[in-house]
Write a protein that binds this ligand. Sequence first.
Ligand code: DSN
Length: 421
Amino acid sequence: MHDPKLSHLTTADPALAALIEGETQRQHDKLRMIASENYVSAAVLEATGTVLTNKYSEGYPGKRYYEGQQFVDQIETLTIERAKALFGTDHANVQTYSGSPANLAIYLAFLSPGDTVMTMSLAHGGHLTHGSPVSITGKWFNPVHYGVERETGRVDMNKVRELALAERPKMIICGGTAIPRTIDFPAFAEIAQEVGAILMADIAHIAGLIVGGAHPSPVGFADVITTTTHKTLRGPRGAMAMAKAEYATVVDKAVFPGLQGGPHNHTTAGIAVALHEAAQPSFKDYAAQVVANSKALAAALVEHGFDLVSGGTDNHLILSDLTNKGIGGKPAAKALDAAGIELNFNGVPFDTRRPFDPSGIRLGTAALTTRGLTEQHMPQVAAWMDQAIEAAVKEDEAAYARIAGEVKDLLDGFPMPGHAL
Ligand code: DSN
């Protein structure tokens, strides 16, 4: 059952309440390994479900276009101060609606249409908003891409430098959505400085690891940093844009009025709670455990013959090319879902298959670590994954229900925030 209880919703709209209860139970019973997902605390859930959703607040604290900001100004200021303290940045904008608008705001702040931006290619682990041809960032700007090496699955910073010197981008973006290895922020900063480019770090996936001390920070290296708040940072769906002091005004103006209208104050409050939680000593333990679990799972997967991009992981994320398992990423992801293991199909670098039917799967350990699973459980997780994929190859659909039952039995011993028995 959902926690907090859906008592009003159950009376007002029982059909919707039943669907949300179904999703609550699904999240409880499944091994959730989509690398960009997590479980927020009940306190974050409470903050996002408040009367703050009633309020318009275009502008920034102390400079709004609507009256009645006596409390919202304090909430947004508290969130900004928490973000600055936690990440150690000069400036934080906590109004960006999500990762894509946050990134677009940074394009608006620093680029004009047609300008060159250099980013990790989507096919090698970047993000749609890093200049993919189907994104506004690829249609209105001139993206050039770096990627990983075929042999190592890692970025060669010498090649990044050569490309930057040849293309002279106005902005360089580091970070992405399917990068299992540590990002070398000092090397990117050196290159950006050499070519006179703005350096933007998109830390959406690793923000929680950074504040938890399990991944190096881009602060002091990147001019501007964007992040979503709902992945390893374990907050509500939202985003932030942080910047060096000299870029504070241009970033704020790009977010509002450049790109957005009123901020979502209920989300801001949820972000404030998540930042407070991430500032507690226990969050360091969480971040370390996420990485320990990921490394243990990667090692166990390798023992089962999984081919991992770059051979392993430094963070929460694992990318596997399933070609040697004789199955595409999509049918594998569907089989795993039927077996109670939730992840997503994903392209791998140099993939020869199409993006909607790629060769790989992507998984992460942020959510299962929140549930309390540790390294000792990872060999079992890898074994279940192997069994489900083998069942898919052999079309042994009966195996899925058995595995899903075993997964549920394990998870019944690990409480889920937002779910009460
Ligand atoms: N969709 C997110 C992810 O899964 O990584 C990024 O936007």
